[in-house]
Ligand binder design. Sequence first.
Ligand code: BGC
Length: 424
Amino acid sequence: MAVKWRFTQIIISLACLTNCSLYAQSIDVLHWWTSSSESKAVEQLKTQLFNQGVFWKDTAIAGGGGMAAVKVLKTKILMGDAPDVAQIIGSTLNEWSDMGVVLPLNRVLEKNKLEATVSHTVLDLITYKNKVIGAPLGVHRINSMLYNKAVLDQLNLAPPTTWADIEILHQRLKGSGVQTIAWSDEPWQINTAFEAILLSEAGAPAYLDLMQKRQEKDWLQAPVLQALNRLQWMRSLSSRQSKPSEKTWSSNTRDLAEGKIALLLMGDWAKGELMSWGYVPNQDFGCTPVPGTSKAHLYSIDTLALLIGNQSNSEVQEKFVETVTGLTAQMNYNKVKGSVPVRRDIDNKTLDVCAKDSWDNFNNPKIIKVPSLAHRMVADEATKDAIAYTLWRSLTAEKTNLKETQIRLATIIRSADNKTKVTQ
Ligand code: BGC
């Protein structure tokens, strides 16, 4: 049965290579999910949609963090060739909505009573000027640190909970050939590490102020400089063992799996990647919050926006939203992706141990939820990029003056677009 079904899917895919209009229910989706776990997660959505008679036609643009995908999307829209659906996330949804290219989804949400099931932080994030403008898929945790269990067990060390623990691990690993902590000079990865460290140095309430109020004077305070110092220290730990380079997040994850690296500070899509290769949480690897951030959830929420194009078919697009936010798709997709469902009506006991911790924290009113800047949950695309490149330039320069870097960051924040908003 499964084989027959897969065969049908392949036949339709091949037909779609030449003429997809043969199938009225086909939908073009532009996204940046191309790694092992990401592609498998997309397969889960495709399957659910296919069962509903909707064919997902893929435009996948490689590049972690979506830098390349967003550029392609802009070009396509400007050329009047908008896809039906695109991975547009966080406050950048607002920018696209203001341009009038995003289809409001209030009707589908009301029809499916999603207001009652989707968590409030998610609902807030996708609502702009009273319009719901994104179909929410999953919640990623950015302040997540993965460790190779065998490496720590061999040294008889518990998973690090402080930066000092990481320094101890670093000393213990001297001469072993194992790198203490993963590093990549890709700007978006530097930015991802920076915000998790900033959360640790500033604490959740101050982090929220930095992002929400965007006061230049706050960005000139001690925690930001401390975070920059910590970031530079983290890079120095890896450069003793290997030359820093723009390694992909998936390749660093592979090195963690193979015990070449002990720790990886990365959004929990890296956990999804490990699981897609057959590694098991708590057995082969573990997950723990980034030191000093256990009382906060630094989130990035994946959403798909429905675009208004020449060929749009809002009926099919609505069926699309209904399906991807449905319980089955939510569970199947998120289990593979590494994120957690946006819905509150799930059985959290069926989640893996890392996901359960993330979901429980995200849905616990006592835990402060803070938005990711590196992943577009707050601030516009240009501000996010300016911060990422400032950090990159500062860390990779021959001589670095972190005080100057801090002043540059504060200046970027002062001129940031204030249309974007933060939810909690
Ligand atoms: C997205 C994730 C994706 C990650 C790595 C993030 O911005 O939200 O879904 O897996 O980038 O590309």
